[in-house]
Design a protein around this ligand. Structure first.
Ligand SMILES: Nc1ncnc2c1ncn2[C@@H]1O[C@H](COP(=O)(O)OP(=O)(O)OP(=O)(O)O)[C@@H](O)[C@H]1O
Ligand SMILES: [Mg+2]
Length: 261
């Protein structure tokens, strides 16, 4: 396969339910529509990115868990599932992944397992997008050790805004300790409802705060029921309902993302 200058990107936020998985799925899908080849790596034991891309547990025998644990010498190439949309690929997760943290506790180099697993194929894609669980677990640290960029979905809610500072501190610590190349490259306002006062207040805070304002995307992802519906049917919203606000917002996000370079 042709070698590419791959960008490996984590979508992360220790807060739960802020739109990480939906962002991974739809960023990947919209990038593939723009002609890019994309690998999604699902590093959350909830496997929501796997399901949201239409893949059920019965559809595969090798998950990221097997690769990280080195089970039966399974190769990473075998684990990649080509999805029914041109350019999109997935390494699925599995509920077993929740045990990996404990199983690896005494292993040397445990925070670099994912990096080692992905290294043979990392340069086969334009983008590798990684979904993370809502906690700073060993799984998340494995993701942070092999990406250069972190995209942060931030729900336009005061608690989510408050939690951002902690995430920035975490990434600073990772840069100093594990991965000197990592930085937060963007903040994506999600679940935005401009009819509410809090959404407007939080957007304003994001766009004026010295730490965040240069990172915040102009594009916002509005709250849109079609997004939840599309996750349910296992299709990215950009393919499921092209005319929906969800599809428009993620389409626009990718345009802005690509224009940032
Ligand atoms: N813009 C949106 N409009 C409406 N529903 C949304 C939107 N974004 C996400 N959702 C829904 O909100 C829920 C949480 O979204 P998602 O799973 O992407 O968050 P998450 O940050 O990955 O959560 P977790 O921390 O549990 O992994 C899901 O049911 C999803 O379908
Ligand atoms: Mg998720």
């Amino acid at each position: 396969m042709e070698k590419k200058a791959t960008k490996a990107i984590a979508v992360a936020n220790e807060k739960g339910g802020v739109g990480k998985t939906v962002t991974v799925i739809n960023l990947a899908a919209a990038l593939s529509m723009a002609g890019k080849s994309v690998l999604v790596v699902d590093m959350d034991p909830q496997a929501n990115a796997t399901k949201g891309l239409g893949i059920q547990t019965d559809d595969y025998t090798i998950s990221i868990y097997d690769l990280i644990m080195g089970n039966d010498g399974k190769s990473v190439e075998e684990a990649v599932i080509p999805l029914p949309w041109k350019g999109l690929h997935l390494i699925p997760s599995h509920a077993d992944l929740s045990g990996a943290e404990i199983e690896l506790v005494d292993e040397d180099g445990r925070e670099n397992r994912l990096k080692e697993v992905l290294s043979p194929i990392l340069n086969n894609y334009d983008f590798v997008l990684m979904d993370t669980p809502p906690s700073l677990s060993l799984l998340t640290i494995n993701v942070f050790s092999c990406v250069s960029e972190v995209l942060v979905p931030c729900q336009t809610h005061p608690y989510a805004f408050g939690a951002l500072a902690e995430l920035f501190d975490t990434i600073d610590a990772i840069r100093e300790g594990i991965n000197p190349d990592i930085s937060i490259s963007g903040i994506i306002p999600t679940l935005v409802d401009l009819r509410t006062r809090v959404a407007n207040v939080v957007l304003d805070q994001l766009r004026t705060d010295d730490r965040y304002r240069d990172l915040v995307f102009n594009t916002m992802i509005r709250t849109n029921t079609t997004i939840a519906e599309s996750a349910e049917v296992g299709k990215p919203v950009v393919f499921y309902r092209k005319g929906s606000n969800g599809a428009k917002d993620y389409g626009q996000l990718v345009e802005e993302f690509l224009s940032r370079g």
